[in-house]
Design a protein around this ligand. Structure first.
Ligand SMILES: [Zn+2]
Length: 175
């Protein structure tokens, strides 16, 4: 009887990990794995196609779904800070003008242009760099022309001859 009881206890001690797949990052599908450790600050490891996020034990209180949602959202935000800045800078050099400011903000669409400001959704980093670059370029062109007029498309076409392909793709993605 005692032996059986001990075995049960051992099983309970094994730390369960939480996973989600696929989690797209820059157009590549990854597996995100959450583990809990006796640490103070979140750790992140990328190996092959697996992103391992180690969280301090205090997060164990949250539900598996909630913790995955939160960890993935934070991860997208971190990558977005780097990737969107890269795309903004690349586009600025290419077209020779820039917005007064840009913001990274969660919203329904992937990109938006308001007055002289460009707003990009952090979830855009799910997709590959060519899509990110296109969305940023599209918003840059809106700095010159607010509507999708002929002059707008002429400018867009100058820097991205395949703009129709990207527009159709984005129409489907944003639904
Ligand atoms: Zn537009």
């Amino acid at each position: 009887m005692n032996i059986v009881k001990r075995r049960t206890n051992i099983k309970l001690v094994v730390n369960s990990s939480i996973e989600r797949h696929p989690v797209p990052v820059l157009g590549v599908d990854y597996r995100v794995k959450i583990v809990y450790k006796n640490i103070k600050i979140t750790e992140l490891d990328v190996e092959e196609k697996t992103i391992k996020i180690s969280l301090p034990n205090k997060y164990k209180k949250m539900s598996n779904t909630a913790i995955l949602d939160l960890a993935i959202e934070k991860m997208y935000e971190q990558i977005a800070n780097v990737e969107i800045e890269r795309a903004m800078e690349k586009t600025r050099i290419m077209v020779g003008f820039a917005p007064e400011e840009f913001e990274i903000k969660d919203m329904k669409v992937l990109g938006k242009c308001e007055d002289n400001k460009i707003i990009i959704n952090p979830k855009i980093v799910k997709y590959g760099r060519r899509i990110i670059d296109y969305v940023v370029l599209h918003q840059y062109c809106h700095l010159k022309y607010k509507t999708h007029c002929k002059a707008f498309y002429d400018l867009l076409k100058k820097y991205e001859p395949d703009y129709k392909y990207y527009d159709e793709l984005l129409n489907r993605l944003e639904k």
